[in-house]
Design a protein around this ligand. Sequence first.
Ligand SMILES: Cc1ncc(COP(=O)(O)O)c(C=O)c1O
Length: 379
Amino acid sequence: MIYFDNSATTHPHQDVLSSFQKVADQFYANPSSVHSLGGEADRLLDRSRKQAAQLLNVEPQEVIFTSGGTEGNNMAVKGVALQHQSRGKHIITSAIEHPSVMEAFRALESLGFEVTYINVDRYGKINPDDIQKALRNDTILVSVMSVNNELGTIQPIKEIGNILRAYPKIFFHVDHVQGLGKIDLSIKDSYVDLCTISGHKIHGLKGTGALVVQRHVSLFPLLHGGSQEAEVRAGTENLPGNVAFVKALRLVSENTKEKVQALSGLRETLWQELNNRDYAIINSPEEGAPHILNFSIPGYKPEVIIHALGHENIFISTKSACSSKHPDVSSVLKACNIDYERTTSALRVSFSVHNTVEEVRTFLKILDKTVENLKATMG
Ligand SMILES: Cc1ncc(COP(=O)(O)O)c(C=O)c1O
């Protein structure tokens, strides 16, 4: 099997699974319980939070454990907007955000917020000057992803942070779900106020993740109830999930340079080879994230190619399944002004460190054969 769909989700690391199982088995008490078992669970939760904070270079009280990227993004975007609306109702995001940000903005629009959607260039990149120009007296939030999930475009987070630094009343949220472990991002040095990360994209478990919320930021909670997670996320903590998430975070933080180099090597090989093929057009920027390569095979439905590759035990994906209401068009590629034929025939390959150059070569061989067969049958 060749699994090249790591931006959708990754294979959980064995150590992550062991951590989960051990904690679920041995620390099942509720951390809020006053008895000694509850105390032990609470101490383990504290320890995990401290470790996460250390790995992310933030303070423990700035780490809110979540169920993943979608929750973190909703918590940040809606939480800031609802909490600070008395100061202004203008919020800013880009035209190519993940649906968990985009739809949160649309929901806020329906509640009376005014949204500016910043346009991107041909490769999905934001010009920081456009953010500067969009700022108003009533702006309270800017939300930009660090790495686009379809194209792998890396956004100029540090530059945007530097602009927003001069506006302490505007909160800066970064969806770092695709960037974690792949690109450098210092939350503090980039003046990021809120940062979303997700466990299952880094060989952790589905249903785990964190939102980093800097101390000076207050949020309107999405979930009301108990006082867990600094009173912004009520509900009994997922202690085994949180410990497993921190394990994944630790693992992704080890030897990052070597891992990024390995991923870049795979991407470079695929890039060079696809560039030599008449049937493929690369959509990703050359200077993109090391694990994502998006390309189109005009004239062929991506689903047909994905199914044909699936028969050969090769797994890649089309545009993010939830990124467009229209089943065929990638809204991300459309926002990049890429023509209709290419926006409807885009494929995404996304690597993990478990992939090899041999797999890339096998993939290319089978892709060539698949396109040849399709050409023959379609005439
Ligand atoms: C950029 C980005 N943000 C957010 C999410 C949502 O994360 P989760 O699946 O953990 O809810 C994804 C998932 O694909 C993503 O790629």
